[in-house]
Structures are given as C-alpha cells and as structure tokens.
Design a protein around this ligand. Structure first.
Ligand SMILES: Cc1ncc(C[n+]2csc(CCOP(=O)(O)OP(=O)(O)O)c2C)c(N)n1
Ligand SMILES: [Mg+2]
Length: 575
C-alpha cells in the first residue's frame, strides 16, 4: 500500500507530479505534530528507520541534538519535560536503538515525566519476516508507558503523536511510546488526507481542584491542628504549584518538608523550610499532609508516619492515594489548585490557628538546628583523603539562586541529599524512584538546552558518570557548558558498603571496584575544562575556575572511599 519514497523536504510539501494535490511524508507529519505541542528539540541517535523525522524537523525549525547512546536521548527527553513542563521527545531507531532507550523511558515512568519516545520499526510490508532490527517494541514498552502504539498509516502519523501527548499529560504525567514502520514513515500522502491536529486543539487539562467537600474537611483539619506538617513532593513542581504552596504554609503557619523535584519550593532560609527534623515531625505531628509523593521506599512505605497522626494525601493520581498506608483523607487533584482552595476555605474563619502553632515551629527549629550543628564539623573537615561531607558542603556554598543542581550517583549523592539545598524551585533534579545511575549528563544536556540562562551544576559518582559519560562530548559539541564534579572513590561505594556488612571485608570487594580514573583529564581530552583535586582547600577555587571557563567541565575530587553516608549505612535492603 505505501510507497517507499524517501522525499527531500522541498518535495514533501510540494505539488505532486499531477500538479493537483500537495503531498506530505510521515516524518514531516511527525514534525508538525511535535511543533503543535511546542516541542523545539528532539534528542536522537540516528538510524535508517527514522531519518525522515529529521528532515521534517528541518522544515519545522525543530533542533536535533544527536547523542552517543540512546539511553542519553531518553533521559534528556525526560529532563527536558521536567524543566520546561512541555513533553520531551527522543527519537531512536528500531531494535537496539529502542532497547537502549528502555531505561530512560522506565525512569520517566517512575518519575511521572511526560516524554515521548518515537522508535523506528521495520517496514509493515515485511512484518514478521525477520527484517533488520525488528523487535516487538510495543509489547516491551507497554508496562512502562501510559500509551504505546504502532502508527498504522502515514495519514495518521501526526494524529498518533497527538494521542501520545494527550495520554502523557493525563492525570499524573508519564511517558508514551510510538513505533513507526519505515514504509509508513517514508511514504508521502495527499496533505488533505492526513489528520494534522492543531496546537491547543486536541487535549484538555485533566487536573482538578479536588472534591469541594474534601477541601472543606482539610480546611477544618488544618485550622484545628496544633502540630501539623506538610511534605511537598515532586508534583508540587510538576503542577507548578510553588506559589500556592508558599501561600498555604505562610498563611496557616505550617512547617514544610520537601522531597524530589519539590525541593527548592521554599528557599533554604525560609522560616517554614525544614529538612533534618523530618523524622521527628513525622513522629510527633498531629496532622501530616502529603502532597504529590507516593508512600514508596523513600517514605518507608508510610510506616514512618506516626499512627496517631491524622494523615491527608493529595495526589494527581487516584492510584497513589492510600496505597501502602491508610489515610484519613485523600484528595485527587492538582497540588496548586487544591492547596489554594484550602487556603481560601480557611480565610473566612475567625481564627485559622496560625499563631497557636508558633511553639510547634520553634520545637522543630530546635531539632533542626541541633542536627545541623552536629554535622557541621564534618562539613568543615580538612581531612585528606577528602571527607565527602566537605565536598558536598563546598558545592552547597557554591550554588546560586540560578544554579540547577543535578545528582547522579550512589553514596556521594546520598551525602549531597542531606547537605545540598537548591536555592530556587525547579532547581533540583534527581532520577526519581527508579534510582537510575547515568541520568547526570543527559539531564545537564536538557537543562542547559532548555534554560541557557541558568548555571547547571552536576555531582556524579565515578560509577554513575561512567554509564553515560561519553556524551560529555555532546555537551562540548553543542556548547552546553556546566560545572561537573565527580566524587571519586574508585568504587561503587553504596553497594560496597552493603556487601562488606553482609559478607565481610574479604568478600566485600567483589564486583564493585572501579579504576583510579582522572576524570579531569577525560574532560580535557573531549574538549572541556578539567581538574583533578585531592586537597579540600582546592575544591572551591577549582569550582570557580570551572565556572570561569565557560566550558563543560569536570572537577574530579578524590574522596575517602572508607567513609559512607548515613543513608547508605541505614539502608535496609541487605538486612
Ligand atoms: C543503572 C543502575 N545500575 C546499578 C545501580 C545500583 N547501584 C546503586 S548505587 C551504585 C553505586 C554507584 O557508584 P558511584 O556512582 O561511584 O557512587 P558511590 O556510591 O561510589 O558514591 C550502584 C551500582 C543503579 N542504581 N542504577
Ligand atoms: Mg564511586
């Protein structure tokens, strides 16, 4: 049925041979649909199955960032979605191109990130005949996407892309996958026969302000609570609910903790910003409001919350509410709209209880300050080899309000999770609950591309960096400067700790060793800026020089391999 033409862009939208009908190819239809959604870049690694999409991107003015591994393309699309709120798009070839991208899609799935992966596929005319790179991609992607489909005809290329976006944005966001057979993509059809959805015309917001009765109940609970606290999770950023969250905690005087992409909602010096007192608060609060984060391993599956507390959970997804732990009140809706509605509902009350909660805030502040003071000597340590606490302290001091911070690693990133505080909302990126190593370089790529006005700072473990580090070259090629730090312990230390604890010193070294790699030198080899540091006093000056260089950079910092983060030592998976 389909022709296997490989039209050049001029021909694709030009009058056909008979001079009557304009024709358009599948790749150009895909590019039009991406444009309609506001996508201005695709991340890709080339293959013969997908090149017509590139040609369409040329016509639509969509940038093409070509990387060295498809995992990077998929993580970059995930990162772009997080930074911009628009869907990110990765385009990969059939077979190994698509399987390489699986990890990136899986990461976006667990992190609720609205990306689209487009994969090539062998021609429909050779379906099941054993064509080059043929695999059942849709079957593979179905469990880790919100929507996975094959594009059945050239006429519907743009239509299916718009469907994929509709699903990616429904409720809590997530990834979609489309495979496009090569003959479908390359063929040209009359423009009039193709469905081309118009920008803004094919999907609606599915975010709600929650059940009004539930809003009233929560307003009641908060006004009467003596010791409330709120946890602002990743959906606070997804919903761009920063202002509503700030208004809520200030108006009602509720102490706030943040996790995931919710970090930075409140600035570190905000009187309602707390971090180290979280366990204490979860044990001693009378009302705990969980916003946009599941009761997964990061929350001890809900078991860390006092059984005496009234627990309220607000989430975009009904499937998350009350999962693993009963709640007293669940609200399905948009974090910002729900919190604003609750603040509004309390505004008519004679006393919203804000003043009465001052002693509770003071109590938490004391716990917070004590924990901070206890750790401070480690953060100032002059020890050599370098104490990881000193490294992450230096990074925290180095960040500005315009630094987007990315963590990619094991133990070293666990240290940073305690100490590094993003100074602004949306300025914290971690893989999310899949815990995927290797997101660093692709997240840098996406963040710097989407926000060239921002400084990007990324801390890597030496193991994590190795997974996707060759794409440092892509950052050089596309002139995407950033400040990279490798916390180098020549090991996969987070795993090593558990192995030693379980199997003893003699057997604890199996499968977790990395060589002593000078990543500063590696950066210079690829055209970036690099240094290798072993003196703690040199960390800050080296970071400054990296900032000054205006290049993609790596400051390789040799840290003490025998020191582990408390979070690593407390992990329960080996016990
Ligand atoms: C893709 C992937 N592979 C393996 C793991 C398991 N894992 C978790 S932490 C870790 C060690 C990471 O080493 P490194 O990045 O050097 O950080 P360190 O713990 O040494 O500070 C590993 C292998 C993972 N989370 N993701
Ligand atoms: Mg390491």
């Amino acid at each position: 049925m389909a022709q296997t033409a490989n039209p050049v862009s001029e021909a694709s939208a030009a009058p056909a041979g008979n001079g009557h009908a304009e024709v358009i190819s599948g790749g150009h239809l895909v590019a039009k649909a991406l444009k309609a959604e506001g996508v201005d870049v695709i991340f890709t690694l080339c293959g013969g199955h997908i090149i017509d999409i590139y040609d369409g991107c040329v016509d639509e003015g969509i940038d093409v960032i070509d990387v060295r591994h498809e995992q990077v393309a998929a993580h970059a699309a995930d990162g772009y979605a997080r930074i911009t709120g628009k869907p990110g798009c990765a385009v990969v070839t059939a077979g190994p191109g698509t399987t390489d991208a699986v990890t990136g899609v899986a990461n976006a799935f667990r992190a609720e990130s609205p990306m689209l992966l487009i994969g090539g596929q062998g021609s429909l005319s050779q379906h099941k005949m054993g064509s080059l790179q043929d695999l059942p991609h849709v079957d593979m992607m179905t469990p880790i996407t919100k929507f996975a489909a094959t594009v059945p005809s050239t006429e519907r290329c743009a239509d299916l892309v718009s469907m994929a976006f509709r699903e990616a944005h429904h409720g809590s966001p997530g990834p979609s996958f489309l495979e496009i057979p090569r003959d479908i993509l390359d063929a040209s059809v009359p423009l009039s026969s193709a469905r081309i959805p118009k920008a803004g015309g094919y999907r609606a917001s599915t975010r709600s302000a929650g059940d009004p009765e539930a809003i009233e109940r929560l307003a009641d609970l908060v006004t009467k609570a003596e010791k409330p606290c709120i946890l602002l999770g990743s959906q606070v950023w997804t919903c761009r609910a920063t202002d509503s969250a700030i208004e809520f905690v200030r108006t009602l005087n509720v102490p706030a903790f943040m996790n995931g992409s919710g970090r930075g909602t409140l600035a570190p010096n905000d009187p309602h910003h707390l971090q180290l007192a979280r366990r204490y608060a979860f044990q001693n609060s009378d009302l705990i409001i969980i916003v946009g984060t599941p009761f997964d391993f990061r929350m001890g599956y809900g078991k860390r919350l006092s059984t005496d507390a009234t627990v309220v959970q607000i989430d975009l997804d009904y499937r998350t509410v009350g999962k693993n732990r009963d709640v007293d009140l669940g609200i399905v809706g948009d974090a910002g709209r729900v919190l604003s509605a609750v603040t509004q509902a309390t505004s008519g009350r004679i006393d919203n209880g804000a003043a009465s909660r001052k002693p509770w805030l003071d109590e938490l502040r004391t716990v917070e300050n004590e924990a901070y003071e206890k750790r401070l000597p480690r953060q100032h340590s002059d020890a050599s080899p370098i104490d990881p606490y000193r490294l992450v302290h230096e990074i925290n001091e180095f960040l500005t309000e315009d630094s987007i911070y990315i963590g990619d690693g094991g133990d070293i990133v666990t240290f940073s999770g305690q100490v590094v505080q993003p100074k602004s909302p949306g300025h914290w990126m971690d893989p999310g609950p899949l815990g995927t190593l290797g997101v660093g370089v692709p997240f840098v790529m996406a963040a710097k591309y989407a926000r060239p006005d921002k400084e990007i700072v990324c801390l890597f473990g030496d193991g994590a960096f190795s997974l996707t580090g060759w794409d440092f070259e892509t950052l050089v090629r596309f002139d995407l400067p950033f400040i990279g730090i490798v916390g180098n312990n020549s090991s996969m230390n987070q795993i090593r700790y558990g192995q030693i604890a379980k199997y003893g010193d003699a057997r604890g070294r199996v499968g977790n060793t990395l060589g002593d790699i000078r990543y500063g030198e590696f950066a210079r080899m690829l055209g970036g800026y690099g240094e290798d540091i072993s003196d703690p006093a040199e960390i800050r000056p080296a970071l400054e020089r990296a900032r000054e260089s205006g290049k993609p950079s790596l400051i390789n910092v040799w840290v003490d391999p025998e020191v582990y983060a408390p979070g690593t030592m407390n992990q329960t998976m080996y016990k």
